[in-house]
Design a binder for this molecule. Structure first.
Ligand SMILES: Cc1cc2nc3c(=O)[nH]c(=O)nc-3n(C[C@H](O)[C@H](O)[C@H](O)COP(=O)(O)O)c2cc1C
Length: 185
């Protein structure tokens, strides 16, 4: 699978086979994901993997704000990544100081997490593992359930597993003319 096919064919997968992805495969996927670029190469993304049914049930019950769509996807998935990042680094040029280098301040840490997120999803797709990113989540509750270190915050949940049935049909995209512009003098 080449890079273009990978980007275009990755879909949000919400139906999974009743088969766990083994931990060695997940380690391989994270090993690829860690090549994601990051602010000043601080590499603030952290990957907490849950494949234990009881912990996943807790995440479904308390980690997605009762959003039934995510609850049912989580109950169906065989694993979930809690993607987090180390706070207070991205956006700074000098880690010894409090000040951020740009008007976006610490927003760059979420930006870094976003890049890590897509890199993970693409790496998983390349290894035949389906993923779906969840933004409707309860950060505090998730942090408590997985015992996240104090200096980290949750960016997203990403459920994963082997896709059940046919690959999800392509979702729509805006026309390129609608989203790009050139600037001439
Ligand atoms: C930041 C973000 C948050 C998302 N949150 C959810 C979510 O909470 N639940 C869900 O089922 N899908 C969620 N999605 C998946 C999107 O709905 C999906 O990416 C979009 O519809 C395009 O479909 P595709 O991923 O198959 O191309 C999220 C995606 C992103 C990037």
């Amino acid at each position: 699978m080449n890079a273009i096919e990978m980007i275009k064919e990755r879909r949000s997968v919400r139906k999974f086979k009743n088969e766990k992805v083994d931990r060695a495969t997940m380690k391989e996927i994270i090993d690829i994901s860690r090549w994601a670029p990051s602010w000043a190469n601080y590499q603030v993304a952290r990957y907490t993997l849950v494949d234990d049914a009881a912990v996943m049930q807790k995440l479904a019950n308390d980690g997605v704000k009762g959003f039934v769509y995510n609850m049912s996807t989580l109950k169906n998935a065989k694993g979930v990544l809690v993607l987090s990042f180390v706070k207070g680094k991205s956006g700074k040029l000098d880690l010894e100081k409090e000040e951020y280098a740009t008007s976006k301040a610490n927003v760059w840490e979420v930006f870094d997490a976003g890049i890590a997120c897509q890199t993970f999803c693409l790496a998983a797709h390349a290894k035949g593992v389906g993923t779906c990113i969840f933004g409707v989540i309860d950060d505090d509750s998730i942090s408590e359930i997985v015992n996240l270190p104090e200096d980290e915050t949750v960016a997203a949940l990403i459920v994963y597993g082997y896709e059940e049935g046919e690959h999800v049909k392509p979702t729509s995209r805006k026309d390129v003319g609608e989203i790009m512009r050139f600037v001439d003098a």
